[in-house]
Structures are given as C-alpha cells and as structure tokens.
Unconditional design. Structure first.
Length: 136
C-alpha cells in the first residue's frame, strides 16, 4: 500500500457522516503518518492520544483479565476521540461528532483491514512520517 492509497482510504473515512477527521499516528512518538479531514488541533490531539495509548498499553498486566485492548474512546461534550489499533506501533485516531448513527463495528473492521494492508506493505518506515509532535 503506497502513500497515495493510504491518503485515499483516510479521505474516504472522513466522508462518513459524523467523522470530522482521522489520522494514522505512531504510538511511540505521537507523529502523524497520514491525516484527512478538518481538525486544526489534530497534531496536538494525536500526540496526546499516542501518550494515552502507550500508558494504557504499558499497564497491560493490570487489564489482562479483560483481553487485548480493542479500542480507546474518550467522550467529550462536543465529540468523541476514538483510538483503534492499526498495525505495529500505529493507531487510527478518529474524531467524530456525537453521532449515534455511526457504525462503530464497521469502523473497527476498516481499521483492522487497514492494519493488515500496512503490515503486508512493510510500512511504516520512519521517513514516512509527516508531522512532528508539538513541543512544550
């Protein structure tokens, strides 16, 4: 899967009613690999989301009785931030409206399929990352 195809997949996801933006984020650094949609604060959110994911994942033994982490969802008054595993050290960050009609199972399947494609392509490589995490 090349960069153009990945961007296209993310663009298609953001055309789903209720999805504001999405990004593939490297969990160990918070850098954005690819992004789509309209969310000016996405770089900062991606960095915070990656920290949250790594902190939770690092405490895995605490939650072992619940099985592997499938998703992280933070619900705010004006929207949701959903984190889905998407390959080796990648998460799919999805910013949505409070839209109860979204098909969350379908979104999880798309993330899983995207992770499989990324794994088959041998990506990510460090030179593929587009945005640096915010400083300070």
């Amino acid at each position: 899967m090349n960069d153009k195809t990945l961007r296209g997949v993310l663009e298609i996801m953001t055309q789903t009613p209720g999805i504001r933006a999405c990004a593939l984020v490297k969990t160990t650094t918070g850098t954005i690999w690819h992004r789509a949609g309209d969310a000016p604060e996405l770089a900062e959110m991606a960095h915070a989301a990656a920290e949250h994911w790594e902190l939770y994942r690092g405490r895995g033994r605490t939650f072992r009785g619940m099985g592997p982490l499938v998703a992280g969802i933070m619900i705010h008054e004006d929207g949701r931030m959903t984190l889905l595993p998407c390959g080796n050290q990648l998460i799919l960050l999805i910013l949505t409206d409070q839209n109860p009609s979204l098909d969350w199972d379908k979104l999880q399947r798309r993330a899983h399929n995207l992770a499989r494609f990324i794994a088959r392509s041998g990506l990510p490589r460090s030179e593929s990352y587009r945005d640096d995490p915010p400083t300070g």
